[in-house]
Design a protein around this ligand. Sequence first.
Ligand SMILES: NC(=O)c1ccc[n+]([C@@H]2O[C@H](COP(=O)([O-])OP(=O)(O)OC[C@H]3O[C@@H](n4cnc5c(N)ncnc54)[C@H](O)[C@@H]3O)[C@@H](O)[C@H]2O)c1
Length: 357
Amino acid sequence: MRDYRIAVIPGDGIGNEVVPEAIRVLDAAAELTASYRFRYEHFPWGCEYYLKHGAMMAADGLETLRRFDAIFFGAVGFPNVPDHVSLRGLRLPICQGFEQYVCYRPSVLLPGVKSPLAGRRPGEIDFVVVRENTEGEYAGAGGRSHRGLPIEVAVETAIFTRKGVERVVRYAFQLARSRRRRLVSATKSNAQQHAMTLWDEVVEAVSRDFADVATERVLIDALAARFVLAPESLDVVVASNLFGDILTDLGAAICGSMGLAPSGNINPEREYPSMFEPVHGSAPDIVGKGIANPVAQIASGAMMLEFLGETKGAELVSGAVRGVLGEGRALTPDLGGSARTSQVTDAVLAHMRSVAR
Ligand SMILES: NC(=O)c1ccc[n+]([C@@H]2O[C@H](COP(=O)([O-])OP(=O)(O)OC[C@H]3O[C@@H](n4cnc5c(N)ncnc54)[C@H](O)[C@@H]3O)[C@@H](O)[C@H]2O)c1
């Protein structure tokens, strides 16, 4: 029986609704596989915390989190706090502070789920976006001067380092090698002549170590169109922080719903804890209605199990999610159903128990 310490940060909005549901599933998987135990510590960080304390997390938050085996995160951001304050105060410091330089985001069209793209069948869309997660356009460099005056100026500087690009690109190539050996690099070096040419050069150099992986360089605008027109042609996509952020919402949308897409912020060297969360945000438009789809959070939990080496538990959870979606009986409104959040979880639990019996 392996013991793991898990830091739980539900955050804001529907994060508080879907995280407890996913924990029910993770605990059931622990019980059914009898191979691990999760010891949780909950942290109330987020916008409510900010309104009370003037900070999104405790001052020693990173030090505290460092001691955990993984972080299970909901979503951050709510209309009562400016988005740049909430994101920069909680999620980004964790990703950057813990060198979680790989944001791993699979897009898979699952059985029973309808893509908004005409004629796509389950299994036809199956790719992973590897998003650079610590620098690039979200590095946080820049400033504003002459606030409020007609001469006001704002500068947001993207920062690309050779080391930062190389480590994420190498990870993406390795991943492609374990999949269908095709890698697309998202670029914009026609217009962004400094950072993106460095990006291209690094991709080119690393590709020489992966001669068995077919590599393509695609401009981000054309790639956005290709996500819609030919998603079946994609296997692994490596992208900068901003490009990857945008592409993965598109990836979630073409696979049926924002409510299905999981995500991992990974420190591959395991020097720091990695963090698992859905791609979606706090969804203020549906908060409190009990209809948030818990699948993205549950699938993020399965990804966390996989990362921790609890393959049996991960497969049990992923199999149950596929089973429930395939049956089509317990679907939340985002998937055209009328089930409530907890009913989807109940169906996932029932499926797990029937398989494990
Ligand atoms: N990683 C994060 O924490 C993260 C990511 C994106 C946005 N945000 C924040 O979340 C807030 C809302 O942002 P947004 O509206 O642009 O994006 P969002 O992902 O919260 O919502 C977009 C749309 O998807 C729907 N949706 C999202 N998750 C769903 C689920 N599980 N089930 C059913 N429907 C779901 C919402 O109802 C909404 O219509 C903002 O404050 C933003 O900054 C946080």
